[in-house]
Design a protein around this ligand. Sequence first.
Ligand code: ATP
Ligand code: MG
Length: 200
Amino acid sequence: MSGDEEARHKERTQKHKAVVDARIAAATQDKGLLLVLTGNGKGKSSSAFGMVARTLGYGRRAAIFQFIKGKEEVGERAFFAAHPGVTWERCGEGFTWETQDRQGDIATARAGWEKAKAALADPAIHLVVLDELTYLLTYRYLALEEILPPILARPPMQHVVVTGRAADEALIEAADTVSAIRDVKHAFRAGVRAQQGIDL
Ligand code: ATP
Ligand code: MG
């Protein structure tokens, strides 16, 4: 870089730093957050479970509720379920085309939601993961009026992560942080089956 270029670069980065520092200084609140991880791309549940690891790293407690796909094993459950700071509930029998028992699926979802509601009322739980919760609404197993109020009435410092495709507008509206993961490519479509540590 020439001397001129270097000076311009320095000026630009100094300005950038001032903007970033001002934004950081302006963010002074602490609060329990509602996060929604949605979209068709891969990475929703694994991101939520990553936040479980972060939570446990601070010696705090996490509760995970796996809706719909409760029967499917994931590596995170094998790893986290034995942890004293973790409650891991599997509240699903599989997708509706697998169970082919709508009334049974509704009863399973409702029983799972009752347990989740208890966690959403417990201030000792720092993070609640409601994995694949969006499908309870998509399939109309539970009404929004049953799901949203307990989430909104949770202890003020408790964080909640909701995952699943096609998140309801009302959930997105209520959330503090929303990421919609876009599906660009997935190895499955090229004939690669689910790989341990990556997909499950
Ligand atoms: P992950 O658990 O890997 O973070 P996810 O929660 O974003 O994925 P789900 O819809 O819950 O996605 O599906 C979980 C499983 O399906 C994983 O094995 C994942 O690799 C796979 N999967 C996710 N998205 C796609 C996709 N767009 N096409 C094919 N398979 C997918
Ligand atoms: Mg998922």
